[in-house]
Design a protein around this ligand. Sequence first.
Ligand SMILES: Nc1ncnc2c1ncn2[C@@H]1O[C@H](COP(=O)(O)OP(=O)(O)OP(=O)(O)O)[C@@H](O)[C@H]1O
Ligand SMILES: [Mg+2]
Length: 342
Amino acid sequence: MKKILSVKNLSVSFDTYNAEVKAVRDVSFDLHERETLAIVGESGSGKSVTAQSVMRLIPMPPGKFVNGSIVFDGEDLTEKSEKQMESIRGKEIGMIFQDPMTSLNPTMTIGKQIAEGLIKHQNMSKQEAHNRGVELLKLVGIPTPEKRIDQYPHEFSGGMRQRAMIAIALACNPKILIADEPTTALDVTIQAQILDLMKELQKETGTAIILITHDLGVVANAANRVAVMYGGKIVETGSVDEIFYNPKHPYTWGLLGSMPKLDQQGEELQAIPGSPPDLADPPKGCPFAARCPYAMKACGTQMPAYYELSDTQKTACWLLDERAPKVEPPEFVNVGGAKVNG
Ligand SMILES: Nc1ncnc2c1ncn2[C@@H]1O[C@H](COP(=O)(O)OP(=O)(O)OP(=O)(O)O)[C@@H](O)[C@H]1O
Ligand SMILES: [Mg+2]
C-alpha cells in the first residue's frame, strides 16, 4: 500500500519556565493508504503532541520542533508556513478530538461548521455546501439531517456531536484522519457505534486513520498497526496481531496486563507500578527502565536500538540483544486475549 505520511526522527519540546519539556523524542512512523495506525500509551506519553504536530496544532512558542520531519505528499510539514497549513488542515488532513464541545463552535450551527471547509477548500456555493452537509450528516447516521443541520452543538447529544465532528472532518475527503481519543468521553454502546462508523467510512473513502487511544480493546477492534509510546518515544510497533500475540517490550506486556481478559471476568487487573519519567529531565537509557522488572545495567545508561522482529514489528528493548537473558511475558499478560479485529 502507498505510504502517505512519513514521520522521521521527530522531536518536539516545550519551553516552560523551569525547563525544556521533551514531549516527543525521536519518533518515527509511516502511515499507508487505507490503514489505521493506533498510537497507544499511558497519559503523558506524547500521543497527542505527536498527532498535533502532524496537524501543526502545537502552540509555538512554547512548543518547538527540535528535530525531524513530517513528510506528507512529498513535502515536509514542519517547514510549512501557517498559511500553507491552512490549505492542508481540514482538506488533506482532518482531525477529531475527545471532546467535541471544545472543537465545535457553540455559536454556529452544525450546518455552517460543515459548510466552512466545503466553501473554503472545494469552492462550493452556500447552497451546494448546505446540500452536501445534509448528505454528510445522513452518512454519519444523524436522523432527520435536514432539520438537524440548522441546530447548534448544544442541541446534539454527546454521540451526535461526535458524529457531527466526524462529518466535518471528513467533509473534504481528507487523505488522513487523526482521531485523538474519539470515543473516550462516550458510553460503551455509543463508542462501538462511532468506531464502526469510522471503519465504514474508511472503507468507502480510503482515508488513512491515526487513532489515539489508551483502550487496547479499541485497538484490537479498529487498528491494523500499533505504535506503543512511552516517555515520548515509540518503544514498540507492529501489526495488531504482533502486538497482541507476540509482544516483546515489557511496557507492552504491562499494557496488555492491565487490560481485562475476555474469558476471565472479575479477575484483578495488573496496573504497572511506578510512574512515567519526568520529560523535563528524561532518562538517558530506556524510558521504561525505572519501572521495568527485567531492567539490566545497559537499560539505564543507553537507549536500545530497534530490533527488527519482522517487516512490521520493531522493538526497542535490550532484552532482545543476543547477550540478554531470555525472558517470556509474565502469566498475567493477556497475550491474544482480546478478540483481534473482531
Ligand atoms: N503546551 C505545553 N506546555 C508544556 N508541556 C506540554 C504542553 N503540551 C503537552 N505538554 C507535555 O507533553 C507531554 C506529552 O503530552 P501529551 O498530551 O502528548 O500526552 P498524551 O500521551 O496525549 O496523554 P493523555 O493520554 O493524557 O492525553 C506531557 O508531559 C505534557 O505535560
Ligand atoms: Mg492526549
